[in-house]
Design a protein around this ligand. Structure first.
Ligand code: NAD
Ligand code: WQD
Length: 334
């Protein structure tokens, strides 16, 4: 089966392409490399022994997408391509709305033209917004977010829901990821953002590698067991496998379905720091600083629906996540 993978050179996309190839699918990557490097595509080839099809193209450009669809009979699409930095989206809302909404609308129009009716979409736990109690369940209202980035996910979920109403033979699986961390066991693929990382694990990796002086933990006075925020961290390879399960589900179903991908466990920032130190035998310098604007004290997934509908559950431990993240970070370029 030919699977178009938009954003397939990025962090989650590259790991998913590896799993797709290992399972015998034919992924076709479309990425404009706005937040990735071509070396990730090369490395996918090293890991799997076969170079994936790659188009350097922008999903907001209909001509470029049409070209890809005219070269391959695309059976299904996994749509990762988006801008994803929460803080940047507050400063550049138009760029975020333009890129994330336009790429999805353009993709849907081209899929319709070529009769492709199966889509797996990268949504996010951010769609649960600030008011739902945790653990988050799929039936809770997912109609509010806290940043322009998050709002693009809320809006795209709405667009896909309306599209499925108008086209009952279309299937859109909305995968709501929690906090993916970790890296491929080879150490060749991982999360290596440009500039100073905003997310916790890439920041820890840079501190461990001596490229940043110390970690600042954002807030130690939350109403949580150790005062630091709790999140549902899941291994990126588990997340990648979830996409293969979602593809299988989409082949057999019609309509829209939102599904959480998380472990169902909350881990605090301090617990993650301690796990990283233990797994890798490294001491991480850190200080407790002020809270970061917009952070919620705690949330994690109710993971029952993924188990029920996709027969998916996370299998990697926090130790696996920390070990693989460090294996990647110590050889990373920045
Ligand atoms: P990433 O930035 O590593 O990957 C996204 C890829 O899309 C990049 O390679 C980028 O170059 C490409 N891209 C962006 N706009 C494009 C466009 N218009 N045309 C073609 N390519 C384009 O991010 P990621 O962490 O791998 O995230 C993948 C998806 O998962 C995103 O949609 C993101 O919003 C979503 N998500 C990520 C997280 C997370 O914590 N990483 C959590 C929830 C949801
Ligand atoms: C995790 C915890 C921080 C950095 C974001 C997006 C979300 C989703 C995943 C895409 C928090 C703390 C962090 C640091 C710290 N992305 N932290 N020091 O904020 O849970 O989620 O990424 O959809 O939408 O909002 O992830 O990795 O930034 O933070 O103490 O230097 O680590 O306060 O508690 P977050 P994160």
């Amino acid at each position: 089966m030919n699977i178009l993978v938009t954003g397939g050179a990025g962090y989650i996309g590259s790991h998913t392409v590896v799993e797709l190839m290992n399972a015998g699918y034919h992924p076709i990557i479309v990425d404009d490399l706005s937040n990735a490097h071509y070396r990730a595509v090369d490395r996918i080839g090293k890991i799997t022994g076969k170079a994936p099809a790659f188009y350097m193209a922008n999903c907001t450009c209909k001509e470029q997408l049409r070209h890809v669809f005219s070269q391959h009979k695309i059976d299904a699409v996994i749509h990762f391509a988006a801008f994803k930095a929460v803080g940047e989206s507050v400063k550049k809302p138009l760029e975020y709305y333009r890129n994330n909404l336009d790429s999805t609308l353009t993709l849907l129009e081209v899929m319709e033209k070529f009769g492709c009716k199966k889509l797996v979409f990268s949504s996010s736990a951010t769609v649960y917004g600030p008011n739902n109690p945790y653990p988050y369940k799929e039936e809770m209202p997912a109609i509010q977010s806290t940043s322009p980035y998050g709002w693009t996910k809320v809006m795209i979920e709405r667009i896909l829901t309306d599209y499925c109403t108008a086209h009952p033979d279309f299937c859109a699986v909305l995968l709501r990821y929690f906090n993916p961390i970790g890296a491929h066991e080879s150490g060749l693929l991982g999360d290596d953002p440009n500039g100073i990382p905003n997310n916790l694990m890439p920041y820890i990796g840079r501190v461990a590698a001596g490229k940043l002086e110390k970690l600042t933990i954002f807030g130690g006075d939350y109403d949580t067991p150790d005062g630091t925020c709790q999140r549902d961290y899941l291994h990126v390879v588990d997340l990648a496998v979830g996409h293969l399960k979602a593809l299988e589900y989409a082949q057999a179903h019609e309509g829209v379905e939102a599904i959480n991908l998380g472990t169902g466990n909350g881990i605090s920032v301090l617990e993650l720091v301690t796990a990283f130190e233990k797994a890798n035998g490294i001491k991480l310098p850190y200080v407790i600083g002020p809270r970061r604007d917009g952070d919620l004290p705690a949330f994690w997934a109710d993971a029952a629906k993924a188990k029920e509908l996709l027969d998916w559950e996370a299998v990697y431990s926090v130790e696996d996540m920390c070990r693989s993240a460090w294996k990647f970070a110590k050889n990373a370029s920045v």
